[in-house]
Design a protein around this ligand. Structure first.
Ligand code: NAI
Length: 349
């Protein structure tokens, strides 16, 4: 199944109260678009709207107030748009903190061709499974002296085994054939070596899924030359972040790249892209990545019928040639949204 996955705990079916983190930059624009589309599909959701990021620091003293975490803990599911992180200075990423605090250990990023989105390759269908809680994102960094800085890369057996198990379970549940583990274990012999060992150990428990190993540099080259050879990719946090943007580029760019952060108890759905400050506030953003993330959220909470109708309306809109500027179209974010809503009106019984 493309992009779909099963709620591991099957706890979400009854839930309709969902945390909505609006973010900043293009966040509010794409969020408004998606909420309008979900409303038009007739899904009744009680959105628990939460703010985070630089804008709340002044009033609440932190970019990620406790109320945001508490809200996700209460509702179990969140839809999140991007939040800006200052580069090279300032506060720790809200995204990284949220994933850590809620133990959202699996970052799932399906990448496949969308209708009428022309790219170099057809039939790309890759799922990136990224470990989401450790590696260089542990944030253990220090300035040794004026000319030297160091960052510590944390890889543990428990986190590596559980993400490997997630990747293989995903493969089994979604009719996938192969899991390919991506590391730099020739250089980071201990840290990536441990990640690789854990993947090998878990692979041995899944005789029906093929297992493959590749070094991350070769993987990038192979991806741009022949992406169709890959199925499910399993990566530590940093390589997963980078390689998933590469995969997004293969199928049309960040404007269409969906994502989900899944843990044992909670799930936060969000696009792969950031807050795109270069186009914020101009009604130019493509809401597709956020919409595709929301579609997976609807599937997760059991709203499968609405999820398929929205997906169909999105695909028909793209097929009709209504596209935003990032896909070489000339529709604004709001025109694109309205076009999807118009299609939905025909599909809603
Ligand atoms: P970005 O993903 O925001 O933008 C990269 C390029 O893609 C830009 O040219 C942008 O205009 C374009 N783009 C992104 N999303 C688009 C969309 N929906 N429609 C059309 N074009 C789109 O990455 P960048 O510029 O490196 O990061 C900006 C900020 O976002 C940083 O503060 C970064 O930390 C943050 N960020 C937040 C994430 C999150 O909240 N999960 C994820 C990645 C970055």
């Amino acid at each position: 199944m493309q992009g779909g996955f099963t709620n591991p705990a099957e706890t979400g079916v009854e839930m309709k109260s969902i945390t909505l983190i609006k973010g900043d930059g293009i966040g509010p624009e794409i969020t408004d678009s998606v909420i309008k589309i979900i409303n038009a599909a007739g899904v009744a959701i009680d959105w628990d709207i939460q703010t985070a990021g630089a804008d709340v620091i002044e009033t609440e003293g932190t970019p990620l107030p406790k109320r945001v975490i508490e809200s996700v803990k209460k509702n179990k599911v969140a839809l999140k748009s991007p939040v800006t992180t200052p580069i090279g200075k300032g506060f720790r990423s809200v995204n990284v903190q949220l994933r850590k605090e809620l133990d959202l250990y699996a970052n799932l990023r399906p990448c496949y061709n969308l209708p009428n989105v022309k790219t170099k390759y057809d039939k790309v269908d890759i799922v990136v499974v990224r470990e989401n809680t450790e590696d260089l994102y542990a944030g253990i960094e220090r300035r040794v002296d004026e000319n030297t800085a160091e960052s510590i890369k944390i890889i543990t057996r428990s986190a590596s085994e559980r993400i490997a198990k997630f990747a293989f379970d995903y493969a089994v549940n979604n009719n996938r054939k192969e899991v390919c583990v991506v590391t730099k274990a020739n250089i980071c012999k201990l840290s990536d070596g441990l990640f690789l060992d854990c993947a090998r150990k878990i692979a041995a428990e899944y005789s029906n899924i093929k297992f493959r190993e590749i070094l991350v540099d070769n993987c990038c080259m192979q991806l741009v030359q022949n992406p169709n050879q890959f199925d499910v990719l399993l990566l530590p946090n940093l390589y997963g972040d980078i390689v998933s943007d590469l995969c997004a580029g293969l199928v049309g760019g960040l404007g269409i790249a969906q994502g989900a952060n899944i843990g044992k108890d909670y799930a936060v759905f969000e696009p792969v892209h950031g807050s795109a400050p270069d186009i914020a506030g101009q009604d130019k953003a493509n809401p597709t990545a956020m919409l595709m993330s929301a579609i997976e959220m609807l599937n997760y909470i059991g709203e499968k019928d609405a999820a398929s109708r929205i997906k169909l309306a999105l695909f028909e809109t793209l097929n009709a040639g209504v596209k935003t500027a990032d896909l070489n179209g000339n529709a604004s974010c709001s025109e694109f949204t309205q076009a999807i809503i118009k299609r939905l009106a025909v599909l809603v019984k």
